[in-house]
Design a protein around this ligand. Structure first.
Ligand code: ADP
Length: 265
């Protein structure tokens, strides 16, 4: 089981790792990473959680991108975690996804969180050790963007089974993606695959597919780097609207069905 530290990380990383809460039994821990912010990492995390939940699996989302309010906002979640003598119980979304985020502990959702790397690491560690996740098939981690201190700290703390890398067409040509992959490689974290978000647009009126940035290059780039290509996600105004209104779980794009096969346990 992944949560007991029996995973593929190198020895140098295991020193940092701690077991999860004793009432948590987590089968798979998967982190979602991006080379930079704004490519849709949190949205993809939320969609992936939705897809797995619709498959009937027990899913949690640990928001490690704690400087951005995305995860609770995407799910329209305002409930606070419940504090008990056993630990912190994460609130549930409408479809029963367990979510833990620092934003759920703030007095006002738009309070700024101005924390640096080590403090972020401390909060994420607590979300791992003090939160009663219970039995989960998947715990998805929304990592801080980029390849700096903050995502690195999180990667060192949590025993990951794999990493999904989210990119946008403009970012594909960029070194940032390669840097992210190098970082994962160095830490011996298996890469599940690359996702190209906002790859094409869908007209909300006629559903026509429009390749704004030309034909997708995601598959080619993934092949060059030597990692699996999971697929493309369209830039879909219906998704933006659902994300903005906290209803991401209602999304019915065909990508949801494809996502259900991305993580094969
Ligand atoms: P990141 O986590 O990489 O910073 P977010 O997931 O917060 O990015 O997405 C940034 C914005 O882009 C959000 O408003 C989100 O609703 C929108 N967005 C992301 N992916 C898509 C998509 N495929 N189609 C439409 N809107 C999207």
């Amino acid at each position: 089981m992944a949560s007991q530290g029996d995973h593929g990380l190198g020895d140098s990383q295991t020193d940092f790792q701690v077991p999860p809460h004793e009432l948590s039994k987590i089968q798979h821990v998967v982190a979602v990473m991006s080379g930079k912010g704004g490519v849709g990492k949190s949205s993809v995390t939320a969609l992936l959680a939705t897809a797995l939940r619709r498959r009937g699996l027990a899913v949690g989302v640990l928001d490690a991108d704690i400087t951005g309010p995305s995860i609770p906002r995407l799910f329209g979640l305002h409930k606070r975690p419940e504090f008990t003598e056993f630990g912190m119980f994460p609130p549930l979304t409408d479809t029963g996804i367990k979510v833990m985020s620092l934003n759920l502990l703030l007095d006002a959702e738009d309070d700024p969180v101005i924390w640096r790397g080590p403090l972020i690491g401390g909060a994420v560690k607590q979300f791992w050790t003090d939160v009663v996740w219970g039995d989960l098939d998947y715990l998805l981690i929304d990592l801080p963007p980029g390849t700096g201190d903050s995502p690195l700290t999180v990667l060192q703390i949590l025993p990951l089974d794999g990493l999904v890398i989210v990119t946008s067409p403009q970012e594909l040509a960029n070194m940032v993606v390669k840097k992210a992959i190098k970082m994962a490689d160095k830490m011996e974290i298996p890469i599940i695959g690359l996702v190209e978000n906002m790859s094409y647009a869908i007209c909300p009126h006629c559903e026509e597919k429009w390749e704004l940035f030309g034909p997708s290059r995601g598959a080619g780039v993934a092949q060059d780097i030597g990692i699996p290509f999971l697929g493309t996600i369209p830039l879909d105004p219906r998704l933006t609207a659902l994300c903005d209104t906290g209803a991401v779980e209602e999304y019915n794009g065909e990508v949801i069905a494809r996502m259900q096969g991305w993580l094969n346990s």
